[in-house]
Design a protein around this ligand. Structure first.
Ligand SMILES: [Zn+2]
Length: 260
């Protein structure tokens, strides 16, 4: 083995993997079996430690059909196993079972029912104002329920909203590229170029780059408590990236009987 080679077990599929540490990045598909990345493995590690206070690989999770969970377009490699372990549903913006987390109203049967909600790489794509999504997740969780959130964020002083006045907009193909045409609420026409798209199906236009302090503010404004950033590396499961940001964040809905 070369110096700088990491030998780890994928906590999603259990495969023993090797990778050059220098090529390990947050989104690097680094398990040859299930294509998991340090980020998706971090989601499972964080879920395990929050639900069971143990760092279990997914196949070792106990079957707990009394725990109700929901994913927002979760990666299929772990969503399929979460369905076996929990009363869990993965939802999508563009296909059934559908959920628009930025919707004006959450259906009554979806309110106060989930023990955990996973939102990984979704909130940076939501049409502004993004606070609605945080408020909706809070509504959907049971008291004491867990939000497990990953988004790309930086340590700059403010969130960078690419299209703060988005109102009526369309994406237009032009000259081999893509433009966003927007009509603001006050009737001003805007055109944006150099759009950033993230990989994956569905609605993947980057709407913003969060800053850390703004994420804390958005969570707090929704009512969340016990906000934690899960920064510890887990080399045993290949969970590490060089940058000290865009780490998994967890927050809880206030338990019953506890005042903010
Ligand atoms: Zn794997």
């Amino acid at each position: 083995m070369q110096p700088g080679t990491l030998f780890f077990q994928c906590n999603i599929c259990g495969t023993l993997c090797t990778i050059e540490l220098a090529s390990l990045a947050r989104e690097a598909k680094s398990c040859p079996n299930c294509n998991s990345s340090p980020r998706t493995r971090a989601v499972i590690r964080t879920l395990s430690s929050c639900l069971f206070r143990e760092n279990l690989i997914l196949s070792e999770f106990p079957i707990r059909k009394d725990i109700k969970g929901l994913g927002l377009t979760d990666a299929e490699n772990y969503a399929s196993q979460l369905k076996q372990k929990f009363d869990y549903v993965n939802t999508y913006f563009h296909q059934e079972p559908r959920l628009d987390i930025a919707s004006d109203s959450i259906a009554p049967e979806q309110r106060q029912v989930y023990d955990f909600i996973i939102s990984s790489e979704v909130f940076e794509h939501i049409v502004p104002p993004v606070q609605v999504a945080f408020d909706n997740v809070y509504q959907m969780l049971r008291r004491g329920g867990l939000l497990l959130l990953t988004v790309p964020y930086g340590l700059q002083p403010e969130t960078i909203e690419h299209f703060p006045e988005l109102h009526e907009f369309t994406l237009v193909e032009r000259d081999g590229g893509c433009e966003l045409h927007n009509l603001t609420k006050s009737g001003v026409r805007q055109t944006f170029r150099n759009l950033v798209f993230h990989g994956g199906r569905g609605s993947t236009l980057e709407m913003r780059v969060f800053c850390y302090s703004d994420l804390l503010r958005l969570l707090s404004a929704a009512g969340f408590v016990d906000v934690a950033v899960h920064s510890a590396p887990d080399f045993r499961h290949g969970i590490w990236w060089p940058q000290p940001w865009s780490l998994p964040i967890t927050a809880r809905k206030l338990p019953a009987g506890v005042r903010p």
